[in-house]
Design a protein around this ligand. Structure first.
Ligand code: DX5
Ligand code: ZN
Length: 225
């Protein structure tokens, strides 16, 4: 089965971020996943609009969209900034949005694709009403905040239930992205359950193998599905 891979640059070596992203692009990836954390919505601080702006030319050169995951409180305040900096997809956490419908509309009006993200503890019913409006749903399979955590086992059932909801609602064009703890030994389970995009950070950027080898291992694990 063909899978779409979105390497999370959170696990990349920031001292040579450009070359790490180029390496991933050369290996053939579908998205570049950018984890933005504010130290408030999640207990960690990472990167913001300047980094999105800096890597945008590399994304354009390689024709790979920037998938920006906003783990920040009050995301409305920064939507325009991130879209102007070059975000192609803007993912907001439903737990951080008081007026989720308005937020989705705003992202789309500004010309970006709208993604909505759910923490592991947030039920799928939270997104029922806005489902037809979004381009992508990002299911967290770890509690957001850090790379390198273990996949929460109950996530597979949730992916399966969401895939069913999408199919039954004739909404299978909506991307179902899964993020957190995905490695070559569990990626098949995630894809079989219904994910169309998988995020992987520490499984791609590490000292064990090259970026290209790690990407190839993820694809290989899904080959015979
Ligand atoms: C978690 C982030 C993820 C994470 C992925 O808060 O949203 O994108 O960094 O990293 P791994 O694949 O190492 O879990
Ligand atoms: Zn992420």
């Amino acid at each position: 089965m063909d899978i779409k891979i979105a390497p999370s640059i959170l696990s990349a070596d920031f001292s040579r971020l450009g070359s790490q992203i180029r390496e991933a692009c050369a290996a053939g990836i579908e998205f570049i996943h950018v984890d933005v954390m504010d130290g408030h919505f999640v207990p960690n601080i990472t990167i913001g609009q300047p980094v999105v702006r800096a890597i945008k030319p590399i994304a354009v050169e390689n024709n790979v969209p920037l998938d920006v995951h906003l783990m920040i409180s009050n995301p409305d305040q920064f939507l325009d900034d991130f879209i102007e900096a070059g975000a192609d997809i803007v993912n907001v956490h439903v737990e951080a949005c008081t007026h989720l419908h308005r937020t989705i509309q705003h992202i789309k009006e500004k010309g970006a694709k709208a993604g909505i993200t759910l923490n592991p503890a947030t039920p799928l019913t939270a997104i029922e009403e806005v489902l037809p409006l979004v381009d992508l749903i990002l299911l967290m399979s770890v509690n957001p905040g850090f790379g390198g955590q273990s996949y929460i086992l109950g996530s597979t059932k949730k992916i399966r239930r969401l895939r069913k909801m999408l199919n039954e609602g004739r909404l299978s064009h909506i991307e179902l992205e899964v993020d957190g703890g995905i490695k070559s030994d569990n990626v098949a389970e995630v894809v079989r359950a219904g994910a169309s995009i998988v995020v992987a950070g520490s499984a791609i950027f590490n000292h064990t193998s090259t970026v290209a080898e790690n990407i190839a291992a993820l694809r290989k694990a899904c080959k015979n599905l």
